[in-house]
Write a protein that binds this ligand. Structure first.
Ligand code: ATP
Ligand code: MG
Length: 439
C-alpha cells in the first residue's frame, strides 16, 4: 500500500453556523525537507512566526452553512453529513485534488457544552540519576490511566510545566538530576457519544479523522503569538452557538472553557424583542449593531419588516444597541467569572483577544476591555499563501487547524527530544482506535 502523502492535509471546522473545509499544502523551513531544531526555535521566537506565508499554501477552501448543529453539538446527523460533504466537494474542486482517494491526514475541530477541561498532576519516582526522554514519555503515558466516568473520553492532554524534586516551572526536564519527576497537565475531555456523533459524520463523508483539536486551541494557533502566550493572554472565540475561551500564561494553557452562548443568541434576542424574523434580525445586527449605546446616534431610527404583509416599523437604533449590549455584558461577565474567580490569575494576563465571527459586532472590544479590565483587541488569522479569503476572524479555527497541522508536520522532521504535540497526537490515535471499537 502507498504511504499517505504527509504534506497535504484536510482541515474541517464543523461550526454551528458554517462548515469550512480547507485543503492545504504544508512546507518545512529547510529546503532539504529537514528542520534543525535551532532554526525552528529561532523562527518561533520571531515576530515573523505569524507570517506563515512560506509554510502554508492553501490549495482549496469550501464553505457552506451548517444546519445540523446546535451550540456546537451535532443534533442532526444527515444535515451535518450533507454540510461536510458539500464543503469537502467545494474544497476539492478549488484545489483540483481528490482528498478522499489520496487519504490525506484530516484534522477536525470540536467544542460544545459536553467538553470539560481540568488540570491534573502526574508524578513518578525516577530510577536513574538523570531524567531521560524515556522517563518523560513514561510519565506522560500515565495520562492514559487518568480515571474517567464511563461516558467520557480524553481528547487532548497538554503538558503545562514539569517539576523535578519539587523545583517548578521546568519546560524540559531532560538531563536534570532528581528523584521525583512530575508534570501538570491540562486535560480536555468530552462525552464519548458527542465525539462519536461528530466523527461519524466526517467518516460517513468518506474522510478518516486523524486528530481532533479543541476549538479554542486551534483558534489560539491562528491569532496568538508566542510572546502573547508568555505575557499572559485570554483568547475568546465567539462563534455562532458557543464562545470558546483559552487562558494562556507563561507560555502554557492554564484553562479552557466552552460557554454555550454565541453570536446567534444576539440575533435571537433582536428577533424576539423586535418581533421580526431571524434573518432580518441577523441583517440588523450585522449592518447596524453596536454594543455601546452611548456611541449610537440617539436620533437615528431603522425600518424593521415584521411579519409578511404587516407594515414596517421605525425603531430607534439605541434600542437595538441596548438589546445587543445586555447580551454582550452577560457573555463577558460569564467569561470573567469563569476565569477570574482567582484574582491572581487575572493579574497574570496582559490582554484579551476576541475572534470568531461574533467578534465582528461593533464596540465589543471596548466593552470587553471595560468589563474584564485588560486591553482588548479583535484578532485576525495571519496571512498565508493563496489565502483565499481566510483572513477574517470567523476562519481562526479553520486556519488554526492548518497551522496546528503544519507544526506537527514540521516536528516530524525535527530532532526535539520531548515532543509535546506528538504526545497529544498519540492520545488522539488511541481515541481513534476507541472509535473503531465503537462502530
Ligand atoms: N459583521 C458581523 N457583525 C456581527 N456578527 C457577525 C458578523 N459576521 C458574522 N457574525 C456572527 O458570527 C457568528 C458566526 O461566527 P463563526 O462563523 O465564527 O461561527 P461558527 O464557527 O459557525 O460557530 P461555532 O464556533 O459556535 O460552532 C454568527 O452569529 C454571525 O451572526
Ligand atoms: Mg467556530
Amino acid at each position: 500500500m502507498n504511504e499517505r502523502p504527509k504534506n497535504i492535509v484536510v482541515c474541517i471546522d464543523v461550526g454551528t453556523t458554517k462548515t469550512c473545509t480547507i485543503i492545504a499544502e504544508l512546507k518545512t523551513l529547510s529546503k532539504n525537507g529537514g528542520v534543525d531544531s535551532k532554526a525552528y526555535i529561532e523562527e518561533n521566537n520571531k515576530e515573523s512566526q505569524r507570517i506563515l506565508e512560506n509554510k502554508i499554501n492553501i490549495l482549496g477552501v469550501g464553505q457552506v452553512p451548517s444546519f445540523g448543529l446546535k451550540k456546537g453539538l451535532v443534533v442532526n446527523i444527515d444535515k451535518t453529513i450533507s454540510s461536510i460533504k458539500s464543503s469537502l466537494l467545494e474544497a476539492q474542486k478549488t484545489a483540483q485534488i481528490d482528498a478522499i482517494k489520496n487519504d490525506f491526514k484530516t484534522y477536525i475541530s470540536i467544542a460544545g457544552p459536553h467538553i470539560h477541561c481540568f488540570n491534573h498532576r502526574l508524578s513518578m519516582a525516577l530510577k536513574g540519576v538523570e531524567v531521560s526522554s524515556k522517563d518523560v514519555e513514561k510519565l506522560l503515558d500515565m495520562a492514559n490511566f487518568i480515571e474517567m466516568p464511563a461516558d467520557r473520553k480524553i481528547i487532548q492532554v497538554v503538558p503545562q510545566e514539569y517539576f523535578v524534586d519539587e523545583v517548578a516551572e521546568i519546560r524540559n526536564p531532560v538531563g536534570m538530576n532528581g528523584k521525583i519527576l512530575e508534570v501538570d497537565l491540562h486535560v480536555v475531555t468530552g462525552s464519548i457519544n458527542a465525539i462519536s456523533n461528530l466523527t461519524k459524520c466526517v467518516e460517513r463523508s468518506q474522510i478518516k479523522v486523524d486528530e481532533i483539536v479543541l476549538q479554542p486551541m486551534a483558534s489560539s494557533e491562528a491569532v496568538l503569538r508566542e510572546e502573547d502566550k508568555e505575557a499572559g493572554v485570554l483568547l475568546v472565540d465567539i462563534g455562532g452557538g458557543t464562545t470558546d475561551v483559552a487562558l494562556w500564561s507563561n507560555g502554557v494553557l492554564l484553562q479552557s472553557e466552552i460557554v454555550a452562548i454565541g453570536g446567534n443568541h444576539f440575533s435571537n434576542d433582536l428577533s424576539v424583542a423586535l418581533n421580526t424574523s431571524l434573518i432580518e434580525a441577523e441583517k440588523i445586527k450585522i449592518n447596524y449593531g453596536h454594543v455601546i449605546t452611548e456611541r449610537v446616534n440617539s436620533k437615528a431610527h431603522i425600518s424593521i419588516q415584521g411579519l409578511n404583509g404587516t407594515r414596517p416599523r421605525e425603531v430607534p437604533l439605541t434600542y437595538v444597541s441596548e438589546i445587543l449590549s445586555s447580551r454582550a455584558m452577560e457573555l463577558l461577565s460569564i467569561i470573567k467569572k469563569l476565569l477570574f474567580a482567582n484574582k491572581k490569575k487575572m493579574e497574570g494576563i496582559s490582554g484579551v483577544v476576541l475572534t470568531g465571527g461574533g467578534a465582528k459586532i461593533r464596540g465589543l472590544a471596548i466593552l470587553a476591555e471595560a468589563i474584564i479590565g485588560v486591553p482588548t483587541k479583535v484578532g485576525y488569522p495571519p496571512y498565508v499563501l493563496n489565502n483565499q479569503g481566510l483572513q477574517y476572524p470567523e476562519y481562526s479555527t479553520g486556519l488554526g487547524l492548518v497551522i496546528w497541522a503544519q507544526r506537527k508536520y514540521e516536528e516530524d522532521f525535527s530532532q526535539f527530544e520531548i515532543n509535546k504535540q506528538s504526545f497529544i497526537y498519540r492520545i488522539n490515535e488511541s481515541l481513534r482506535n476507541a472509535f473503531k471499537e465503537l462502530f
